[in-house]
Ligand binder design. Structure first.
Ligand code: AMP
Length: 410
């Protein structure tokens, strides 16, 4: 199957060739013809499946093929995070570079000046996060009365992040005659209800079953003590020569702490989380993408939707307490045909989280026992017991490991 067979016009085919895309991904194969027909779509797919191009390509084509060109926003893509918004806008720029379409992106946390100026020049495609969109609609800089296509991206994330109310407010402002494309990695009941209320006879495209883990990703579990997690991370990064990696922590403070520890050991890294400015986060992301940084440490909210080509490694430094988050996190790797490795650290306090994750993904994550920082407590069933004293045999013949541990454990 080639892009040509999907009925895509030449200017877009040329742009895709420049991007180096040779074959459409499964979601693109299924969704592009449906969207080109003007049908509503319910796409069950997570980031990394190629879903952005699955909606961006037919939208660009729809706009490029329109005979008379009336001014006004014709497509709105609503997405939960600024990073994702920027990436979607970049995708429109890339795939639409030979089609005459105008597009812009708006998101909060930065001055609205440039965004308003771009809107004043007129755009066909607007990519937006909900808060800034409502703000600029309120200030009368945005008129959605000419809208033809609405894309709700990462609907389940909108719910997780508390944006669902804003999303509903935006939807209430859209013309009722429109094409709607609805994307969500998971389908909790509230999201299903929203989809039912928004879509008319939608085609369902499901590329991985909801909440299943992408098969190409190798998952590994490391039982360790909470205080040994920094040492274990360094051991894997430096001695096991894990290359660049995205490291997830549960809290902003935790992310900063990991960065400090790694920097002390000369690992080039940075943190991205909600306390960092938008510029700061973008710079860190760019430096990571360009290879200047080996490690990016992120909280879930900040990492949502981050698109890093060829990211090979993800660490769950802290296991997430929402099992679906595990699937989203590890889905950052193993994208578009690449293989990926997801390594999770489990201490005595996160056994319950592990159980929930394994229940959700329907399998046991393989345990790596051969590492110098094993969990020294009893792995309890079903509730964690107090960690026992370290057995003499474990510390006795591992003096180098012990030194390393003492160096890093602070
Ligand atoms: P997405 O799921 O939209 O975030 O896309 C994931 C990654 O796959 C992005 O880095 C895209 O540039 C890349 N990608 C999307 N479609 C294709 C394709 N057909 N061939 C190769 N790479 C692709």
């Amino acid at each position: 199957m080639a892009f040509k067979n999907l009925g895509i016009i030449d200017p877009i085919l040329q742009a895709l060739a420049q991007e180096g895309y040779t074959t459409p991904t499964p979601i693109q194969q299924q969704a592009i013809p449906i969207v080109l027909q003007g049908r509503d779509l319910l796409g069950c797919a997570q980031t990394g499946t190629g879903k952005t191009a699955a909606f961006a390509i037919p939208i660009i084509q729809h706009l490029a093929e329109k005979k008379q060109h009336r001014p006004g926003i014709k497509a709105l893509i609503l997405t939960p995070t600024r990073e994702l918004a920027i990436q979607i806008d970049e995708s429109f720029a890339a795939y639409g570079r030979f089609a005459k379409i105008s597009h812009t992106v708006i998101f909060g946390g930065v001055s609205q000046l440039h965004q308003v100026n771009a809107l004043k020049r007129g755009v066909d495609v607007l990519v937006a996060t909900p808060g800034r969109l409502l703000d600029l609609i309120g200030q009368k800089y945005i008129d959605l009365s000419k809208l033809e296509i609405f894309v709700l991206d990462e609907a389940d994330r909108m719910l997780d992040m508390g944006f669902i109310h804003d999303v509903k407010k935006v939807i209430a402002l859209l013309p009722s005659k429109r094409q709607t494309l609805f994307f969500s990695a998971t389908m909790p009941p509230e999201i299903q209800k929203l989809a039912d209320s928004l879509l008319t006879h939608p085609a369902l495209v499901e590329v991985t079953p909801p909440s299943s883990t992408v098969d190409k990703i190798e998952q590994r579990l490391y039982y360790t003590n909470k205080g040994d997690k920094p040492a274990l991370l360094l051991y894997l990064l430096q001695e096991k020569k894990i290359g660049s990696a995205l490291v997830f922590t549960r809290t902003k403070h935790g992310a900063d702490k990991v960065v400090k520890l790694l920097q002390r050991e000369k690992v080039k890294c940075a943190a991205i989380h909600g306390n960092k400015s938008q510029n700061n986060r973008q710079n860190a992301l760019n430096d990571f993408k360009s290879g200047k940084l080996q490690v990016l440490v992120a909280t879930d909210i900040a990492a949502r939707g981050i698109d890093i080509d060829e990211l090979a490694n993800v660490f769950n430094y802290d296991l997430p307490n929402i099992p679906e988050t595990y699937v989203h996190r590890i889905g950052r790797t193993g994208r578009a045909g690449n293989s990926g490795l997801a390594m999770s650290f489990v201490d005595g306090e996160t056994l319950k989280e592990l159980k929930d994750i394994e229940k959700l993904i329907g399998k046991k994550i393989p345990v790596i026992e051969d590492h110098p920082f094993p969990f020294t407590g009893v792995v309890p069933e079903p509730t964690p017991a107090k960690p026992a004293q370290k057995p003499a045999s474990q510390s006795g013949n591992r003096s180098s490991d012990k030194n390393r541990k003492n160096r890093w454990r602070r």
